[in-house]
Every structure is written in C-alpha cells, then in structure tokens.
Design a protein around this ligand. Structure first.
Ligand code: GDP
Length: 421
C-alpha cells in the first residue's frame, strides 16, 4: 500500500556545505524528532556557550543508534503525508561509498547540497559523477545558505546554471534545483518568505514528487543462485528472484553455460505456503525437471530475454583504493552471487573530478577516488546485464583479500542477437 512505501535517499555534497544541517532541519520540521530533544540539545549547547545547530539533532540520533547494538546500519527516518523516507547512511561516514557500491545500501534519490556562497566544489563534482555508478537516478540540487547571499535570485541562477552545465557534461539529465537555507529552515519544509521570486515548491514537495520505486517485477527474469543442495531424492536450487517473475512450468536458461531446464516446482517451508509463481524480491528454492549442472553464482533467465555471457566487457568504475588499481593485476569481481578472478586490461578514460578534464590516453592504472572507463577481462565466463537495462545485474564490486577496493557498472556490452531485455 502507498502508506508503506519507504523511499531510500542520500544527502551528499562537499564538506561543510550543510548536509547535516539540512538533515536536522528535515527531521525537526517534519516533527520526526522526539519531544523535548531539540530543547535538551539547545540547553546543552547554551551551557557550553555555543549556538544551537540543527546538525546536533542528526549527531544525537546517530549517537543513540551507535549505542543500540540491534541496529547495524545508520538509517534516519522521517515521513510525509505521501510516504516514508529513509536517509540511508550519513554524510562523511567512511563506509558510505563502500556500502553504496556493494549494494548494502541502495538509494533511489539524492539531494546534492551546494553552498550558495562557495558554489560548485571538487566533492560536488565527484559526487555528481558517482551518482550513475551508484544507480541513483533522481537528483535534487539544494542550493543552500541562501541567507549568506542575501537570498539573491541572480546568485541562485548562476549556481543552478553551473550545475546544469556540469550535469550536461557528465551526460546526466538536468537536475531539479531549489534555493534553500537549512539553517533558517527556508524552503526545506516551510516555504521561504524571503525568496518571493522563487515559485517552485519546497524540498519536501520535490522529494514527494520523485516517482515511486519502479517495480522490479516488470523487468526480465533474473534468478540468482545462492546454493544447491539435496533433500531426499530432490535437488533444491536456492536463490532469489532479483527481477521479473517465474511460474511452475516455465522454461529457464541457466547462465553462464546456457543450460536449459523446466521449473517443476518451488520448494518452501512449510509446504502449504509454497507458491505457483514467485516475483521479484522473493527468496525461494527451485526444483527442475532436468538434472542440468547448476551451482552458486549462476543466473537463471527466461528463454527470450537473456543476460549477456562474456569474459570481457566495458565498464565504468570508481576506485576506492587505498592502493591504485593496476592494469593486469588480478582482483576478485563480485556480481550478484558470482565471484570470479578479473583484470582490468585497458584504462580508456579517466575523469578528473577536480577539473572534470578527461584523460583519453591509456593509463597504467587508476588512482584512489578516480572514475575511469575500462575494459575488464574475467577468468571464467560471467553472466550480467548492462546497468542501463537491469541495474541489479549490471553492477559489480572489485575486491582483494575480502576487502572492497572499488565498484562499477557494465556499460555498453553487446547482447546476443534477439535477446535484448
Ligand atoms: P556538512 O559538512 O555538509 O554536513 O555541513 P554542516 O551541516 O555541518 O554545516 C557546516 C556549517 O555550515 C555549519 O556551521 C552550519 O551551521 C552552516 N550552515 C549549514 N546550513 C546553513 C545555512 O543555510 N546558512 C548558513 N548561514 N549556514 C549554514
């Protein structure tokens, strides 16, 4: 039901541009802060002789969460009349990018905060560049601290214009921008009386206008195999319907290898609740008619809308480091439940976040925090999709010794003829 919908969002942007203040404001002005909390923090601030900041609300929530051992991810919630929101992860959190790249956290929309006085800075560009790799499609630009520029429309237009240019250079659709003052609470939840020239809605209204999460059921079937085991005479293929749906009697292809089999039944416990059909998000087990070879890591599809199977593909990656990625060095590539050895064989383009300049000449590697277009070669065939077609099966992480070093998306790989999803 629409009231149960939770939209995961992130708040990103250059340090000190006002992310924490904006989150504090959103929480405070939507009445999501426990009764008396703001007063308590204001008293504590006064006792220390510092002015109250709305960012304290976020800090205190995060502190409480850190003490609560039953919560393992930071997730700040608030709600509007339309739906609930979860601000996943917090600005400046050091695991933020790792969580986003690995899919441990997945945001549907982002608020990119830009200081009206400082304008676009290096991290603004870097974060904007990362959005497509992180699979975030809806972007709101909050031009914050408008109080520091006398709420001047001309300054707002100037910065909104430079962001439109930046997004165009990055090949992203033009973002929605809004003039804000997080400190004064102007145009966050309450409209701004000091910016009569601005006729758009508040940040909250813009968030409410972000379309709901698209249904994964409508995409082609991708079932990821987690485990294969025997129960008596039967072989159970346990896994998850990532996208699409499947029914008893369906013909399936298992990738890599393109092995074909018919789905005889689902196996769940208790047996009475075992379905005839399973749709996206369901963890279940399959029993096949044919004894084809299946192992963890494989992806099942329908006969028509198949994934790509290849040992080489173009990708856009973000490298975390700490050491540079080196061409030819072996890493572990994880995509859904698949895990294979992989090397970058070519670095075609590196985009410099500081200058946005593109280095087209071939490079021996990719430095930490750089975004690059590369060619990846795997030791064994891999099944995947282009991220533009199916985001879930089009993204991967690169790791070594169990540590996540980077992540990326598959870009422009070719589907076999007549099997485009
Ligand atoms: P973050 O690093 O992006 O999370 O930034 P913070 O939220 O910690 O804010 C950095 C500084 O900017 C703090 O001193 C805030 O009080 C201040 N700040 C945030 N929003 C506004 C605003 O709208 N107007 C003014 N004047 N200062 C702001």
């Amino acid at each position: 039901s629409p009231t149960e919908e939770v939209l995961p969002i992130v708040v990103i942007g250059h340090v000190d541009h006002g992310k924490s203040t904006l989150i504090g404001r959103l929480l405070f002005d939507t009445g999501s802060v426990p009764e008396g909390k703001a007063e308590e923090l204001a008293r504590a601030a006064a006792a220390e002789g510092v002015p109250f900041e709305h960012a304290f609300l976020l800090d205190s929530l995060l502190e409480e969460q850190a003490q609560n051992v039953t919560i393992d991810t930071t997730e700040i919630r608030f709600r509007t009349r339309r739906r609930r929101y979860a601000i996943i992860d917090a600005p400046g959190h050091k695991e933020f990018l790792k969580n986003m790249l690995s899919g441990a956290a997945r945001a549907h929309a982002a608020v990119l905060v830009v200081d009206a006085q400082e304008g676009v800075r290096e991290q603004t560009r870097r974060h904007a560049m990362l959005l497509p790799i992180l699979g975030i499609r809806h972007i709101l630009v909050g031009i914050n601290k408008m109080d520091l520029v006398d709420f001047a429309e001309s300054r707002y237009r100037e910065i909104a214009g430079s962001l439109a240019t930046l997004f165009a250079e990055l090949g992203l659709p033009e973002p929605t921008s809004l003039p804000l003052s997080a400190r004064l609470g102007e145009n966050i939840v309450q409209p701004s009386p000091r910016m009569p020239w601005y006729v758009g809605g508040t940040l909250l209204e813009a968030l409410d206008a972000v379309p709901a999460l698209p249904s994964l059921d409508d995409l082609p079937l991708r079932f990821s195999v987690q485990d294969v085991y025997r129960r008596g005479a039967e072989r159970l293929i346990a896994g998850r319907v990532e996208t699409g749906s499947l029914r008893v009697g369906d013909e399936l292809l298992f990738w890599p290898g393109r092995k074909r089999a018919r789905l005889r039944a689902f196996a769940e416990w208790p047996p009475e609740t075992t379905p005839e059909e399973a749709s996206a998000g369901r963890s279940t087990a399959l029993i096949l008619e044919e004894e084809i070879f299946v192992e963890r890591g494989m992806i099942a599809s329908s006969l028509e809308k198949t994934p790509i199977e290849a040992r080489e593909f173009p990708a856009k990656i973000f490298w975390l480091g700490p050491d540079p990625l080196r061409v030819g060095e072996s890493y572990e590539l994880r995509l859904m439940t698949q895990s294979v050895g992989a090397r970058v064989t070519e670095v075609d383009r590196i985009i410099d976040a500081e200058t946005l300049s593109v280095q087209d000449s071939q490079k021996p590697g990719v430095a930490p925090n750089e975004i690059a277009e590369v060619l990846i070669r795997t030791q064994r065939p891999l099944a995947f999709d282009n991220a533009s077609e199916i985001a879930l099966t089009g993204r991967f992480i690169l790791a070594k010794d169990g540590r996540i070093l980077g992540g990326g998306i598959v870009l422009g790989a070719r589907y076999p003829k007549a099997s485009l999803p």
